[in-house]
Design a protein around this ligand. Structure first.
Ligand code: DAH
Length: 347
C-alpha cells in the first residue's frame, strides 16, 4: 500500500515540469516543503510493522533525494530559458546586416563565357579530373617520354612504379584539352563544344600561380574549318567580354596538339595598354593558347583528317577573371575572405 503510494509519487515527480516561477513554487510545496506529499507519506511510518520500517525509510530517502535533484534541474531549466528568451528580445542590439552571399567572381566569369559561346552554337562538355595518360597526353600528340610533357608539372597518381608501364598511369588532369579527346572519341563532327573545369599542376602557390586553377577549352571540328574561323571566334569572344576597344594579337607558338599554334594576347585591361605591373609594362597580356587541331590528334580520336579540320583554344579562367575585375593576387580566389567576396554582385 505505502509502496504503491511511493511509486505514484516517484512517477509524478519525474514527469513534473516548471515553465515559470509559480509552477516551480508549486513543485517545491508539493515535493520539498514540510507539508509535501513525501512528508505525508513519512507520517505513515508509525503504521508500518517494525521489520519493514528500515526498507520504508530507504524508499522515503530516495524520494527526497529525487525530489531535490529534480528541483535543481527545474531551476536550471528555468534560468536557461530566461536567458534565451532575454537574448531573443534584446532590443538594444543593432539590427542584423542583410547579408546574402555574392556570386564568386570565377563563377560569374564562367557564366559569362558560357553564354557568349552558347550564342555561337557551342555546347558544354565535361570530363574527369582524374585522367589517364591517353586522354591527357598521348592522344594529344605528346609521345611517351617526349620533353613536351615537361611543359606541365603533373601530379601523378602513383599506380605502377615500372617505367615501361608509365603509360597506364593516372594523373590529375593538367589541362582541359583532355576533354577534347573524349568529345571527339564519342561524337561525329560537326563538333562545337566548350569545356570548363579544374586543372592541377605541381606549382608553388604565389600571387601569379596556383596548383589548382580553371581552364576553358574550346573545340570546333567540321568540314573546311580554317584559321580564319578561329580568329573570328576569338575576336567576337574578347570584344563581348572585355569591350569593343580591346585589341587582340596572335603570336606564333608551339603546342603538340595544334599545328599551326598561336598564343593570344589582348591589350591590358588594367592600364588600357599604357603599361603596368600586370602586363609587365608591355601593354599586352596573354590570355590563351590556340591553333588548328593537329591531324594526328584527329586521327587518334577516330576523326578523318582528310575530311575534317578543326580549331581549338585553351585559356585560364583565373587570368581572365583577374583582368576583368582587376584582381592582382590569384590566392584571393581560394581564400574565401568575405571582405573580398562581398565586393561582387549576386547573379
Ligand atoms: N592545353 C594548353 C595548356 O594548358 C592550352 C591550349 C593551347 C589549349 C592550345 C588548346 C590549344 O586547345 O589549342 O597550356
Amino acid at each position: 500500500m505505502v509502496q504503491e503510494k511511493a511509486n505514484a509519487i516517484l512517477e509524478a515527480l519525474n514527469s513534473a515540469t516548471a515553465t515559470n516561477q509559480e509552477e516551480l513554487e508549486q513543485f517545491r510545496i508539493q515535493y520539498i516543503s514540510k507539508r509535501s506529499v513525501i512528508g505525508a507519506l513519512m507520517g505513515e511510518m508509525r503504521n508500518i510493522p517494525n521489520e519493514e520500517k528500515k526498507a520504508f525509510g530507504v524508499t522515503i530517502n530516495n524520494l527526497k533525494q529525487t525530489a531535490q535533484t529534480k528541483f535543481k534541474a527545474l531551476i536550471d531549466g528555468l534560468e536557461n530559458n530566461n536567458a534565451e528568451s532575454k537574448a531573443a528580445i534584446d532590443l538594444t542590439l543593432p539590427p542584423l546586416e542583410d547579408a546574402p552571399g555574392s556570386t564568386h567572381p570565377i563563377t560569374a566569369i564562367r557564366q559569362q563565357i558560357t553564354q557568349i559561346f552558347e550564342r555561337l552554337g557551342f555546347n558544354l562538355s565535361e570530363g574527369p579530373e582524374i585522367e589517364d595518360d591517353w586522354h591527357n597526353f598521348t592522344a594529344l600528340n605528346f609521345p611517351p617520354n617526349h620533353p613536351a610533357r615537361e611543359m606541365q608539372d603533373t601530379f601523378f597518381i602513383q599506380q605502377d612504379k615500372e617505367p615501361e608501364k608509365a603509360i597506364d598511369e593516372l594523373a590529375l588532369r593538367t589541362h582541359t584539352s583532355s576533354v577534347q579527346v573524349r568529345v571527339m572519341e564519342d561524337s561525329e563532327p560537326p563538333i562545337r563544344t566548350l569545356s570548363i573545369g579544374r586543372v592541377f599542376r605541381n606549382e608553388a602557390i604565389s600571387a601569379r600561380a596556383h596548383c589548382i586553377f580553371h581552364q576553358v577549352e574550346g573545340l570546333y571540328v567540321d568540314k573546311n574549318v580554317s584559321f580564319l574561323d578561329l580568329k573570328q571566334t576569338v575576336y567576337h569572344f574578347v570584344k563581348e567580354l572585355f569591350g569593343k576597344d580591346t585589341k587582340i594579337r596572335f603570336r606564333p607558338s608551339y603546342f603538340p596538339f595544334t599545328e599551326p599554334s598561336a598564343e593570344i594576347d589582348i591589350s591590358c585591361n588594367i592600364c588600357k595598354g599604357k603599361g603596368c605591373n600586370i602586363c609587365k609594362h608591355t601593354g599586352w597580356v596573354e590570355i590563351a593558347g590556340s591553333g588548328m587541331v593537329d591531324p594526328n590528334v584527329l586521327k587518334n580520336c577516330g576523326i578523318d583528317p582528310e575530311a575534317y579540320t578543326g580549331f581549338a583554344f585553351g585559356m585560364g579562367l583565373e587570368r581572365i577573371t583577374m583582368l576583368k575585375y582587376q584582381v592582382n593576387d590569384l590566392r584571393l580566389f581560394t581564400e574565401n575572405d568575405v571582405r573580398f567576396l562581398k565586393q561582387f554582385k549576386t547573379l
